[in-house]
Design a protein around this ligand. Structure first.
Ligand SMILES: CC(C)(COP(=O)(O)OP(=O)(O)OC[C@H]1O[C@@H](n2cnc3c(N)ncnc32)[C@H](O)[C@@H]1OP(=O)(O)O)[C@@H](O)C(=O)NCCC(=O)NCCS
Length: 174
C-alpha cells in the first residue's frame, strides 16, 4: 500500500471510485444513510471539490483505491451556517478556525479495514496540524480518533436531528 497526497483535481478524477467507497461506508450502522442520500454524494462531493484549499490523502493498493481522507483549511472566521454554529456550541470557536484543518471525509473500503489504513490516512493528512471533525458517536472511527489523541466534545444534534460528536486534535503549536 502507498499513500499519496491529492488535490481537488486529482480527487475529482476519482469521482466514481469515491462514490462507490461512500456507498460501502455509509449504508451500514450507525450511519444507515438512505439510498437517496448515498446517491446524492456525487453532488456533495462536487460542492466539496469547490472548497478553497481542499486536499486529501489516498491509500492505494494492488486492487486500487483502499481508502481516502480529505478536508480543507479553516478560514480565520467561523462560517455562519447551521453545522458550524452547532459545532461551536460544543467546541470553542478558536479551535475550529485557522490554523485548524477540518477533516471532512474518512473512508476505508470494508475489505481493507482493521489493517491500519484509516490510521495511516489520518496521520498522513493531518500531519501534526490542529484539526477537527464531526462523526457519529457510535462510529467505530471514534476508537481510532481517541487512540490517536483526538478529544471528543459533548454530543450534539445536527440540522437533521442526528446525534453527532466533534473530535479535536491539538498539535501543541497553538
Ligand atoms: C473508521 C474507519 C475509517 C477505520 O478504518 P480502518 O482502516 O479499519 O482503521 P485502522 O485499521 O487504522 O484502525 C485504527 C484504530 O481504529 C479502531 N478500530 C477500527 N476499526 C475497528 C473495529 N472494527 N473494532 C474496534 N476498533 C476498531 C482501533 O482502535 C484501531 O486501532 P488498533 O489498530 O490499534 O486496534 C473505517 O472503519 C470506515 O471507513 N468506516 C466507515 C466510514 C466512517 O465511519 N468514517 C468516519 C466518518 S467521520
Amino acid at each position: 500500500m502507498r499513500i499519496d497526497s491529492v488535490d481537488a483535481t486529482q480527487l475529482g478524477d476519482l469521482r466514481e471510485p469515491l462514490h462507490e467507497l461512500y456507498r460501502q461506508c455509509f449504508a451500514d450502522p450507525p450511519w444507515n444513510e438512505p439510498q437517496e442520500m448515498l446517491d446524492d454524494y456525487v453532488n456533495v462531493l462536487a460542492k466539496h471539490l469547490e472548497r478553497p484549499g481542499l486536499s486529501g490523502s489516498v491509500a492505494v493498493g494492488d486492487a486500487g483505491l483502499l481508502g481516502v481522507v480529505y478536508g480543507w483549511p479553516m478560514p480565520p472566521e467561523l462560517p455562519d451556517d447551521t453545522l458550524h454554529r452547532a459545532v461551536a456550541r460544543v467546541v470553542p470557536t478558536e479551535r475550529l478556525v485557522a490554523p485548524a484543518v477540518a477533516v471532512v471525509e474518512l473512508m476505508v473500503n470494508p475489505v481493507s479495514r482493521g489493517r491500519g489504513v484509516g490510521r495511516a490516512l489520518l496521520d498522513h493528512f493531518v500531519c501534526a496540524r490542529d484539526a477537527w471533525l464531526v462523526t457519529h458517536p457510535d462510529a467505530l472511527a471514534c476508537r481510532l480518533y481517541k487512540s490517536a489523541g483526538w478529544r471528543p466534545s459533548a454530543q450534539f444534534r445536527n440540522q437533521y436531528g442526528d446525534r453527532r460528536v466533534a473530535y479535536v486534535l491539538s498539535s501543541g503549536a497553538t
